[in-house]
Design a protein around this ligand. Structure first.
Ligand code: ACO
Length: 328
């Protein structure tokens, strides 16, 4: 089997930080409610004129530097996002390729909501098994605050902007880590519980007001229950098929959507608190970007060391979910 190497990874957080207190000036909520129900204290917001692809490009540049490879060596650009610069085309991956001067074989977007990054890892694995000489740039970038209705307190307090990126290759190249396994799942039966719309489900005439489904809409309580169940199950599945126990995992980086979801999954898996990485307090839910953003932050904080096994898991709209195992 082809060994899949992680050659480098990076992240980007927009400069503008919006605290819960600032949000209370936009919507009827409180810092106390947001912290107690979600663990979120702040989120970061793209500057006016700063695009989702700009954030992805900055994360990609850091990943390229970390991998010590040039943009010209990249053959494939995969961009996971549910808030692309353009709904249909060009893909955000093509814009990022252009920003970086990449003229590769493929550039396309992955639409799998919060699971886009782990879907991307699984796709990269497939591409590298078929084309071991490929160098893949996987970017996960989100501009969720552009799809927030600030008056909707059920959603506006939860989401933020950010980006993460990873370079993957195969063969004899030495990397920072290896992708040992990845596993993805999808079930569309409850797709209306979480939508980010504005697609072709409405026929618009020039000048029409946007429909409510342009914004993030979510039945939070229902999503919460499915998220806890699905995350727990996929973690158990990937551990079991790799003949690993929870005790073999040095660091667990779950999707950063809500601290209560993270704690519920941690407790069902019996994962010790000090092995669970959390940064949802500072970023809110950055959807596909959440895991690579957390991975880079954990690494910068020295929470990831050579020899460690790291478990990633995610859950998002669709519903989609997945997990991946990294060996540092
Ligand atoms: N501020 C103050 N009060 C609020 C707010 C707010 N921001 N939002 C809701 N409330 C009120 C409600 O109106 C309700 O009041 P009522 O009892 O008088 O009717 C009360 O608080 C409870 O509301 P619930 O929605 O039942 O609150 P809950 O405890 O379920 O928490 C939350 C809501 C935080 C959205 C939670 O359900 C959740 O996190 N769900 C999962 C969402 C998620 O993580 N999705 C992402 C996964 S997929 C992806 O990442 C895209």
């Amino acid at each position: 089997m082809t060994a899949i190497h992680i050659l480098g990874f990076g992240a980007y957080t927009p400069e503008r930080r919006m605290s819960n207190d600032e949000l209370t000036r936009l919507v009827d909520t409180s810092d106390e409610w947001i912290v107690s129900r979600s663990g979120i204290r702040a989120r970061h917001v793209l500057a006016d004129g700063e695009q989702n692809s700009d954030a992805g490009t900055k994360a990609a540049l850091q990943a390229l530097e970390h991998a010590n490879i040039s943009p010209e060596s990249i053959t494939h650009v995969l961009t996971a996002t549910c808030t692309p610069d353009y709904l249909c085309c060009p893909s955000t991956a093509c814009i990022i390729s252009s920003n970086l001067g990449i003229h590769g074989e493929m550039a396309f977007d992955i639409s799998a909501a919060c699971s886009g990054f782990i879907y991307g890892l699984d796709l990269a694995k497939g591409i590298l098994s078929h084309s071991p000489d490929a160098n893949i740039l996987l970017v996960a970038t989100e501009a969720l605050t552009r799809r927030i209705n600030w008056q909707d307190r059920g959603t506006s307090v939860l989401f933020g902007d950010g980006a993460g990126a990873m370079i993957l290759g195969a063969g004899s190249s030495t990397g920072k880590a290896q992708l040992i396994d990845s596993k993805c799942r999808a079930d569309g039966a409850q797709h209306l519980l979480l939508t980010v719309g504005g697609g072709s489900n409405h026929r618009y005439e020039p000048g029409d007001a946007v429909q409510p489904d342009f914004y993030i809409q979510m039945q939070g309580r229902e999503v919460f229950k499915v998220a806890v169940r699905s995350l727990t199950a996929i973690c158990r599945e990937i551990l079991s098929r790799n003949e690993l126990e929870v005790g073999d995992i040095d660091l667990f980086i779950p999707h950063q959507a809500n601290l209560r979801i993270i704690e519920a999954v941690g407790s069902r898996l019996a994962m010790p608190h000090d092995r669970i990485f959390v940064n949802v307090d500072e970023h809110g839910n950055t959807s596909a970007a959440s895991i690579p953003l957390a991975l880079r932050e954990a690494w910068e904080l020295g929470r990831i060391q050579p020899g460690m096994k790291v478990l990633l898991s995610t859950f998002g709209g669709g519903f989609t979910w997945g997990a991946a195992l990294l060996q540092f």
